[in-house]
Ligand binder design. Structure first.
Ligand SMILES: *Cc1c(COP(=O)(O)O)cnc(C)c1O
Length: 367
């Protein structure tokens, strides 16, 4: 077996232990005589899986009882629409902070819905660092918040730019909606500071096809008129995410990943390991002028580390030679260019050490 160190931003690396367990249960899940992929979502066996997955989310993330955990589909991108369709039903006003690619997409989607007239409302930009090429996150004192907004939308970790919030904004009584797609399960989070958290599974939870939504009970109000039934949080909550067929296999994989997190010390231990891995990389970047990293230290992501050399040609050479050295997906997103190492939970420390050794060698050979 020749597994390589996969630094993909998503879909991304999964824990080897989990993949082996899934493989061993592929043909026969715990004596049921069939694999999880083949099972009716209404069967007793599957009911046990989805219930246990929710329990594990609650346990690992310490989710308070007044929050529902939903297993949806359509990716984080569908949440860009579901959030305004459902939550704008009160005052019709929402604030968005622009901190990179996905927060901008979320804002564009909300704006498109309201400006079409179909979902009337006012979408405001409460803060943006676009003018600074998203090299940092806005500070609390720069935020222009509307105290009567239905919600404030942020993107907790900016997968493409490689930045993260270093604080949770204080929005008073306005619920914070956070896209945690690329940082969920990487460290403990005080859920009670948020009204709604969503995440596509394919970064730190499970294979693609599952979107996890954690929503406070008081936000399960009637959506705006015209909202599709499938896109209504209250309907999904009332039906325990079984209004239609959920993403059964990805939910099972999430369960295995959560059990793996629990076995290895929970989110506090995960955070310590993630900090250690990220420090190895940032220390390497900070020790030289050969590599540049654009994000201000305070806002550097623990999950997605972006950097570049002096030229596009040298970046391309880095990508090519790192692949020959047993690493993949170190090319950054086309929106930024340059290089990016996504070091999610499942990336072992040895993988980061391998990358750092390669970076030092590459620097020697090319400076
Ligand atoms: C990957 C990602 C998305 C898009 O997720 P999809 O599941 O592909 O829709 C949105 N937000 C963030 C922060 C991401 O990392």
């Amino acid at each position: 077996m020749a597994r390589i160190y996969n630094f993909s931003a998503g879909p991304s690396i999964l824990p080897e232990e989990v993949l082996k367990q899934a493989a061993s249960e592929m043909l026969d899940y715990q004596g049921s005589g069939m694999g999880v992929m083949e099972m009716s979502h209404r069967s007793k066996v599957y009911d046990g899986i989805i219930k246990h997955t929710e329990e594990m989310f609650r346990k690992v993330m310490n989710i308070p009882d007044n929050y529902k955990v939903l297993f949806l589909q359509g990716g984080a991108s569908t949440q860009f629409a579901m959030v305004p369709m459902n939550l704008l039903a009160k005052s019709g006003k929402a604030d968005y902070v622009l901190s990179g690619n996905f927060s901008t997409k979320a804002w564009e989607q909300a704006t498109k819905l309201t400006e079409s007239g179909a979902f009337p409302g006012t979408i405001s930009v409460a803060g943006s660092t676009k003018e600074e090429n998203f090299k940092r996150i806005v500070r609390q004192d720069e935020l222009k918040l509307d105290p009567s907004a239905d919600y404030l939308h942020i993107c907790e970790n900016n997968t493409i730019y490689g930045s993260r919030w270093s604080y949770t904004p204080d929005a008073g009584s306005v619920p914070i909606v956070s896209d945690m797609s690329s940082c969920i399960l990487s460290e403990p989070v005080d859920i009670s500071k948020y009204g709604l958290i969503y995440a596509g599974a394919q970064k730190n939870i499970a294979p693609a096809g599952l979107t996890v939504v954690i929503i406070r009970d008081d936000l399960l109000y009637d959506p705006m008129p015209g909202t599709p039934i499938m896109l209504t949080y209250a309907v999904q909550a009332k039906n325990d995410s079984m209004y239609n067929t959920p993403s059964t296999y990805s939910i099972y994989m999430a369960m295995l990943v959560l059990e793996w997190i629990e076995r290895t010390g929970g989110l506090a231990a995960m955070k310590a390991r993630n900090e250690e891995k990220a420090k190895l990389l940032y220390d390497c970047l900070d020790a030289t002028d050969f590599y540049q990293t654009a994000i201000v230290p305070e806002n550097r992501s623990m999950m997605n580390v972006t950097f570049r050399t002096a030229s596009d040609e040298l970046d391309a050479k880095f990508v090519k030679e790192s692949a020959e050295a047993g690493m993949s997906n170190l090319k950054a997103h086309r929106a930024t260019g340059g290089l990016r190492a996504s070091i999610y939970n499942a990336m072992p420390k040895a993988g980061v050490e391998h990358l750092v050794a390669f970076m030092k060698k590459f620097e020697k050979e090319n400076s």
